[in-house]
Design a protein around this ligand. Sequence first.
Ligand code: GLA
Length: 441
Amino acid sequence: MVRCPDFVRSSRDEIDDQLRLVQLAELAAPTEETVRCLCSGKRTGMNKAREVLASFKARFGTGASVYRAPGRVNLIGEHTDYNEGFVLPSAIGFSCWVGIAPRNDRKLALYSGNLGEGREADLDDLENRGSGHWSDYPIGVAWALQEAGYRLRGADLYISGDVPLGAGLSSSAAIEVSTGYALLSVAGHAIDRTKLALLCQRAENEFVGMRCGIMDQFVSCHGRAGHALMIDCRSLEYRLLRLPPQLRLVICNTMVKHKLQAGGEYNVRRAECEEAVRKLSAALPQIRSLRDVTLEQLTQNRNLLSDTLYRRCRHIISENKRVQDVAELFEEGQVDGLRVLMAASHESMRDDYEISCRELDVMVEIAGRQRGVYGARMTGGGFGGCTINFVDAEHAGEFQSRVSAEYEAAIGLPPDVYICEASQGAELVETAAENLPKVTR
Ligand code: GLA
């Protein structure tokens, strides 16, 4: 099926907009609990599960099981996943929760707690592409699971999330994985987490129309508290790396998303990488992706590429090496070399891959001046969204207030700054009376 990715992707932005308005309204009147625990993951679990259960009962009149899947922050390794390279993300304490109970027919009755809106779908008559509605994510996952041969069961679903939208923290992976986990469980299927991640990626690639890599869904499935995941996006093997205990992952949200660029440029970058591989193959027939090319080979074959393609390749190849270097530092419990690697990653995205923007550059520059910072860079797809900062636990509070004030003075917008800990991947939070089978790790 041939589709126009830009069109479909801009529908995704519209979905984000609808949902973001609701989140902003919630954030405008935060409770003490929200402020205290916003990103530490401590608000997750029982409180939220109880809230979802109560809302489920009010809506559908029965008990439910509750599943949760987190958003993520990528520590380093940007746009390397779809080049079969390496990435190093952590799951974070913002999540999507799904309350679910089986029905006796073949319908999915979906209700978004964020939007206060419902949608129904017939499992025997699912479309094979989205329509730019928020329900594209859960319905796309149902579609991908059934396409892969999992016969699903009709169910009522209540969906509610707190992953900031349009911020590059993978609210879409969180809704996909939590829904997929819930739908499989209620239909009595066991599935391993890597397979679940791949099917959620397929839903996003083919149903929503965003040609994302595997990173977001993978870490939402496999994330571990206190750890980063070093993922080999070719073999899908991963290593859990314990984060140095004195480090806090501080995420600074620029509060901007340059939609026109973010809308189409992601897929354009991906197409550029594919074109570069085709061109380089003339001299390097053994390569399958940029993962297989060394910097030396790239330099030797520069004449095969335009300047733009050359710089795109240089980012991917050098970024893969930086991921491995950061992983090595974490393995040794070191933090000292982080600053240089994070700065090089940011510069490479700004100058070679051209996915940064003024707000991200200013945020990184401000962060670099603060005490207790071990490194800062933009994170996620680019053109706005967030930066990731490694900050000494002792200085994290001071970092938060200073960066907020300095960014607002420079850009004229108050940013959100979240002090995070790496958290656990998808899980069953609450089981309904009948004991449902679980997804295996
Ligand atoms: C988005 C995509 C990921 C990855 C990042 C960039 O988050 O969903 O697959 O490509 O951008 O690293």
